[in-house]
Each structure stands twice: as structure tokens, then as C-alpha cells.
Ligand binder design. Structure first.
Ligand code: DGJ
Length: 729
């Protein structure tokens, strides 16, 4: 494991647990991609580069028709000199031209991994956990130095990549595109898997065969978005949930991104991922540096399931930080769907009292506690308690909740301002806008310009004042609109195309200050539900509100799709009332409970209206969840039946030692002449015996996995669910 450099061949071999990534310097300093896939002991070039003459593929320089960048697999492809595919970067020189030619200059290999300036990134706790390769490429004409950063993790099938640009010339350069990673595959025998969606319908799984030309996913919304996730995977044609080769790419970033997959004339495939190049133009002054975000690349030869478990394990150990990283998360009750803006101190305490009685551990006061906020039309930015609603103050309310034996949590939306707010009246220039153009509202609000230091400082000051005064144990950090009229009154005209990225860097810096200052607060990020469910957010906040859609049936797909990449413990999932507020569906409390218990459990309904029978069910759910919480939140997750493929969904959780597992099964609609249903378990110890909790029945791990278990035929009606708990005998 580690990074091996063959000086004679000029070849670098990055070797992880069971993955190899190989690149080499060829000809006059071009950096070629040689291999990415299942780990090999030593790379000797059995399937190395082929140089042949191709018509209409110009040769580099003069004299050798077999050498064209147009057909060379490259590590960080450039524009303008024989490669007609899309480049990984593009830089405009002082002369206005955009051609660049990076050549190998030097490299260094070291143990460990360094942080990325101002950006979230994966990390190691011990230098021995990873090795890093930095390859410096130089374009002498531009005076441009690009440092390609690669880290391979000792015990994982993970390689991370990013790039740092340095202007060593005398004149300013314009970075028009700066991807984090580019990988050229030798063929195009893949399907592309993406996670598109919409508000309330995030991360739906889509898989389609690659075709010639460009296929891409992106966001230009100023947030990673509900509409696409910064994730793509290439799947071998026969890859399934349990078998086959899968290459995952996930960008550690929360703003505009693009992931493009290009199949060229020779049926090779290029994957590029990074900051979006649309409306991006970064002025790099002489001597200045620019760091791209990081891409996390996971290789699996055990299908999508293997890829997901790798991402989960890796993000839990190397991305999520803070005291809550390894701690089970509290079962919360949130007042949003219970009261919306219409609450009193008494109502909140009444909800808390029932919650405490049923075993809940944290009361979250959502939107509406500040300024004059009685609807979504006002007060964002005025982070002072709403004295009409809470005449005894927030501190008093929090203490009363604490006195009931529950922790207290609070909602903020720090990046936003309402036009009807004192903050906006004082500082209309503090929002993102373009002078002399109308400002577009969304949810009656504007976006604060976090590229400005003064804006960041004031919002931080207001939040800190609340968090210092009130005993807050949890913060929900929301963000409820995307960016329009992207511009900043603070920056000159030649920096306006930097604002979208500068804004996100500003958001990160405020998150960094607040989360560092309050290390014991559990932070949950949110963006109208799952509009910013990305690794960038998870670096600062260990959990995310998965979707504003709390309907159990919709959640099957949303949580299934989210689990492709993101750990179960990061997924907020709540039981809400029936009929559901987003889609109007009636589902059983058991179904709602089992779906929510498949993530980070919470409740979001008016507990004071529950009948005795419902209270009993909820109490039982909480008791069960507390027993299996460690297993659910930190166990290995196996998807058994996909909601995208049929009427049934099943998934399960297994602890690392394989001593215990918990299985959930869901049937959406009742069907006539229903075939008998079986669920084959996964991830168990084939040689072990497992007892079904609450019974005398004992089965072998092999039998449970190969023969499966019977789904009770008594599951009659729509929205049925059943669960099984097996423990080592
Ligand atoms: C959007 C969030 O996703 C909801 O859970 C809730 O917090 C509202 N915002 C409050 O405005």
C-alpha cells in the first residue's frame, strides 16, 4: 500500500487496499493516465499506451504522426494543442489567448494529507493512514504552475484528487475552468449513474448506457442542489447492487459544479469533475494561488453496494469531524410540521412534555422564533428573539425544555435576508445583486453576500450572541433559495464571475468559525430539505435534513438514493402526521416509523394530538430504536430490494463483527394474486448461527443469505412493513 515511483519508467503507482491508480510521464513531459481499477501488485504495462497514427488527430509538434494528445489518456488534459475533447482546465493569458501546455516539472511524495485552503476536504488522523503525491506541472509561456494533488488511503479503496494553480508570471491570468479531477478510461462499456431530483424528490437513481458525445450533470444554482447531486458513477455493463465494477466520483463542494462524461470517436471515456466553468472566471494575480475542491473517487468490484459501504466508512472516518462523529445522535422532535410559524411557548413546552414522556431526547424549535417572523415573508437576518411569541425569552424556553430532561435545538438560516427586515433596511447593499437590475425573490427572501467580510462578521456576531446566551445543543442550519443576479457590490467588475465561488467560500468560513466556537453543538445542515446534501456540508455538519418530503413512500426512494453515497447516520428522517403534508398520502404509523428508523430518527408532528394507541406505538418505536441505534447509525448498510424496481423495498444493517442485523421490509401497494415474497439477507457470517429476536428460531448466516426469509403473507393492504432482528446465537 502506498505510492510507488518507478524512476526509470517515470511511472507512479498509487496502491490502496484493493485499488490501483497508475500514471506516468511520457514523451516531453505529458502526464498520461495508465490504469485505474482493481489492485495490482506491480504495474509493468501489459496493457500500456498505444501510439498509432489517426487521421485528423494532429501530432504534437512536428515529426511523429503517432503522437497526438487527441488519443492519449491524460491526467489533466489541456486545451488548444491537438486534444479536441473537453479539457480539465482553461486559462487565459495576458495576450487574450486560451491555449495552455502543461508539462511535468517535479513531484513529491509524502505520508499523510494536507488540508485545502478555505475548503472542506477529507483528512487523516495519522500520517500512516494515507500517502500523497503532488505533481507539479508547468506552462512556461503562461508562467502557470499547476500542482496536481493525489492521496491514496491505506485501508480504503479511495483516491482523492484536487489541483492548485499558481501564477508565477508577471501578468494576471484568468482561470476559466479548473476541474478537480479528470480520468480517461480506455473504453466506453459503462452505464452512467446519477442522482437527479427536485425539491421534495431528491436523489432519485438514474442509470443509462453511455453514448458518444457529452453527457453531464451540473448545478448553476449557487448550491449543489436538489436537482442534481455532485456525484456520478460509471458502472460496468454487468454491474449490479452486489457485483461488478463501479467507479464513483463525488465532489466535496456545495456550490456550482459540473461532472461531465465524454465518449469520443475512439470509444474512450473521459470523466471530469469540479467547479462549474459556466460563468466562472477567476483573476489570478501574479504570485497568487487558487485551490480547487477535492474529488473523492471510490473503486468497487463488489457492485454499487460495495461502493456505498466504502463511501460510508470513509466519510465517517475521514470527512465528518467533531465530537458527534462517533457518537449516536439524539432522537428529536421538531415543531415545524407540528405548528409551522404558529406557536407559543406553551405549545412548544406541551410538545416537549409528550416527547419526553415517549423517550425523545431533543426538542428543536424550527423557523419563526426571531424578529417579527410569523410567516416566510419577513425577518431573516434579524436574529433576535421574537418577544411577542416568546415573551419570556429564548433562554427561558430552552431552560424549561432542559428541565423536562430534554436538550434544546434551534433553527437558523444565516445566509439569507428578508426584504422586510431591519437588517435589509439598514444594509440593502449586503445582498447578492447586480446594481440597476431588479432583485429576484424566492420564498420572499434574498441571499446575503457572504463573499463580503463585513456581512460574514455581522451574521456571525448575531449567531454567536444567541448561542452564547441560550443553552443550545443542536442547530439546524437552513438555506431556502438559490442564487440569482449573482454579483457583489463589494468587488470590481473584473471579479464578478468569482462571486458564486467566493460566496460559498464565505459560507464555509462562517460555518468553520461557528462550528469551531461551539464544538459541543450538534449541527444539521439543510437546504429546503436535501438541497445541499453533499460532502462539503458534511465536513462542517455531521448530519443533513434529507428532504422536506416526509411521506414514507417518497422517502423510500429518497433515502435509498441518498444511501448510494452518504452514510445512514448523516440522514435526518422524521415521522410526520397522516395525511402527509407534502403529498397528502395516508400511511400507517408503523410504515412511517420503520422508514424514519432507517436513518437518524426524529418526529415532526404535533405530539399533543396523538391518541393513546398512537403514543404506545411511538413509544415502542423509540424503545426499539434506542436498542438498535448504534447498529443503524454506524453499522454496514445493505440494500436488498430497490424501490426503483418494484413495489417492495428492503434494506438491512449489520454490525462490523457480524453479530447482529436488523432488516426492514416495505410493501407500498397491496396487489392481487401477490407472489410469495422472500428477502435474501446480506453481509452475515456464513458460518454463524443467528437467532430471531423474540423467538426460539435459529438459522445459519448462509441460509439467511442464500435461501432468504419469508415475508409474512398476513401483510394485507397498502403501506405495510415488517422488520426482523437477528442476533448471534
Ligand atoms: C425548510 C426546511 O427544510 C424545513 O424543515 C423547515 O425548517 C423550513 N425550511 C422552515 O422555514
Amino acid at each position: 500500500m502506498g505510492i510507488f515511483y518507478d524512476e526509470a519508467q517515470r511511472v507512479f503507482h498509487l496502491r490502496g487496499k484493493d485499488v490501483s491508480y497508475v500514471l506516468g510521464v511520457v514523451r516531453e513531459g505529458y502526464l498520461a493516465h495508465l490504469y485505474y481499477g482493481k489492485g495490482i501488485r506491480e504495474f509493468a504495462g501489459s496493457n500500456g499506451l498505444t501510439f498509432i497514427k489517426r487521421d485528423f488527430s494532429p501530432s504534437v509538434g512536428i515529426g511523429d504522426e503517432t503522437f497526438s494528445l487527441d488519443s492519449l489518456p491524460q491526467e489533466y488534459p489541456q486545451y488548444g494543442n491537438t486534444d479536441f475533447r473537453k479539457p480539465a482546465y482553461q486559462v487565459k493569458g495576458a495576450d487574450g489567448t486560451t491555449i495552455s501546455d502543461l508539462r511535468y516539472d517535479s513531484h513529491r511524495i509524502f505520508a499523510g494529507k494536507v488540508g485545502l485552503d478555505g475548503l472542506p476536504a477529507t483528512y487523516v488522523e495519522r500520517d500512516g493512514d494515507a500517502d500523497t503525491l503532488e505533481i507539479t506541472m508547468v506552462d512556461a509561456v503562461l508562467g502557470l504552475r499547476v500542482i496536481l494533488q493525489y492521496t491514496v488511503f491505506e485501508a480504503e479503496n479511495v483516491i482523492t484528487r484536487s489541483a492548485r494553480f499558481v501564477n508565477e508570471g508577471q501578468e494576471a491570468l484568468q482561470i476559466m475552468k479548473a476541474a478537480s479531477a479528470s480520468v480517461d478510461f480506455k473504453d466506453s462499456d459503462y452505464d452512467l449513474l446519477t442522482l437527479p431530483g427536485a425539491w421534495g424528490n431528491e436523489r432519485q437513481v438514474e442509470r443509462a448506457p453511455l453514448r458518444h458525445g457529452m453527457q453531464s450533470v451540473d448545478s448553476v444554482r449557487g448550491g449543489s442542489s436538489h436537482q442534481q447531486n455532485p456525484f456520478v458513477a460509471l458502472l460496468g455493463k454487468h454491474a449490479t447492487e452486489d457485483a461488478g465494477e463501479v467507479y464513483g466520483f463525488n465532489l466535496v463542494y456545495s456550490g456550482n459544479f459540473e461532472a461531465s462524461v465524454e465518449v469520443d470517436q475512439f470509444a474512450t471515456t473521459r470523466v471530469i469533475m469540479g467547479l462549474h466553468s459556466f460563468n466562472f472566471d477567476w483573476k489570478l494575480e501574479s504570485g497568487a494561488e487558487f485551490q480547487t475542491p477535492e474529488v473523492v473517487m471510490v473503486y468497487s468490484d463488489t457492485g454499487l453496494g460495495g461502493m456505498s459501504r466504502q463511501y460510508h466508512r470513509f466519510y465517517q472516518k475521514h470527512l465528518v469531524r467533531g465530537v458527534y462523529r462517533d457518537q449516536t445522535r439524539p432522537i428529536l422532535v421538531n415543531n415545524w410540521e407540528a405548528t409551522y410559524f404558529n406557536f407559543t411557548e406553551e405549545k412548544i413546552l406541551d410538545i416537549a412534555k409528550v416527547g419526553e414522556k415517549l423517550g425523545m431526547e431533543l426538542l428543536v424549535l424550527d423557523d419563526g422564533w426571531f424578529g417579527k417572523r410569523n410567516s416566510d415573508k419577513s425577518s431573516l437576518g434579524d436574529w433576535f428573539v421574537n418577544a411577542e411569541k416568546l415573551p419570556n425569552g429564548l433562554k427561558n424556553l430552552a431552560e424549561n425544555v432542559n428541565n423536562l430532561g430534554m436538550k434544546f435545538g434551534l433553527w437558523f438560516e444565516p445566509e439569507m435576508v428578508s426584504v422586510d427586515s431591519d437588517l435589509y433596511r439598514e444594509h440593502p447593499e449586503w445582498c447578492i445583486h447586480v446594481p440597476n437590475r431588479a432583485k429576484s425573490e424566492s420564498r420572499n427572501q434574498l441571499v446575503l453576500d457572504f463573499s463580503r467580510e463585513d456581512v460574514r462578521a455581522e451574521i456571525t456576531r448575531r449567531m454567536v450572541a444567541i448561542l452564547e446566551e441560550v443553552p443550545v445543543s443542536y442547530v439546524k442550519w437552513d438555506m431556502n433559495r438559490h442564487l440569482t443576479e449573482v454579483g457583489s457590490a463589494h468587488f470590481p467588475s473584473d471579479r464578478q464571475q468569482e462571486i458564486a465561488h467566493r460566496h460559498i467560500l464565505g459560507v464555509y468560513s462562517v460555518m468553520d468559525v461557528i462550528t469551531t466556537r461551539f464544538p459541543d453543538i450538534l449541527f444539521e445542515s439543510c437546504s429546503g430539505g436535501g438541497g445541499r446534501f453533499d460532502p462539503g456540508m458534511l465536513y462542517y455538519m455531521p448530519q443533513t435534513w434529507t428532504s422536506d418530503n416526509t411521506d414514507a413512500v417518497s422517502r423510500l426512494k429518497i433515502q435509498y438514493g441518498t444511501s448510494l453515497v452518504y452514510p445512514i447516520v448523516t440522514m435526518g428522517s422524521h415521522v410526520s402526521s397522516a395525511p402527509n403534508h407534502q403529498v397528502g398520502r395516508f400511511t400507517s404509523l408503523e410504515m412511517r416509523g420503520n422508514v424514519a428508523m432507517s436513518g437518524n430518527l426524529g418526529y415532526e408532528l404535533d405530539l399533543t394530538t396523538l391518541t393513546d394507541a398512537e403514543q404506545k406505538i411511538v413509544k415502542q418505536q423509540i424503545t426499539t430504536y434506542k436498542e438498535i441505534r448504534q447498529l443503524i447509525q454506524f453499522g454496514d448498510f445493505y440494500r436488498l430490494k430497490s424501490p426503483f424496481e418494484g413495489n417492495e423495498t428492503a434494506w438491512m444493517f449489520v454490525d462490523e463483527a457480524k453479530t447482529e442485523c436488523y432488516v426492514f421490509y416495505f410493501q407500498v401497494l397491496a396487489t392481487p394474486a401477490r407472489p410469495l415474497q422472500f428477502v435474501k439477507l446480506a453481509g452475515l457470517n456464513v458460518a454463524a448461527q443467528y437467532q430471531l429476536r423474540g423467538t426460539e428460531q435459529i438459522f445459519g448466516g448462509d441460509e439467511l443469505m442464500y435461501a432468504g426469509i419469508k415475508v409474512p403473507t398476513a401483510l394485507i393492504g397498502d403501506f405495510q412493513t415488517v422488520s426482523w432482528h437477528f442476533q448471534l446465537k
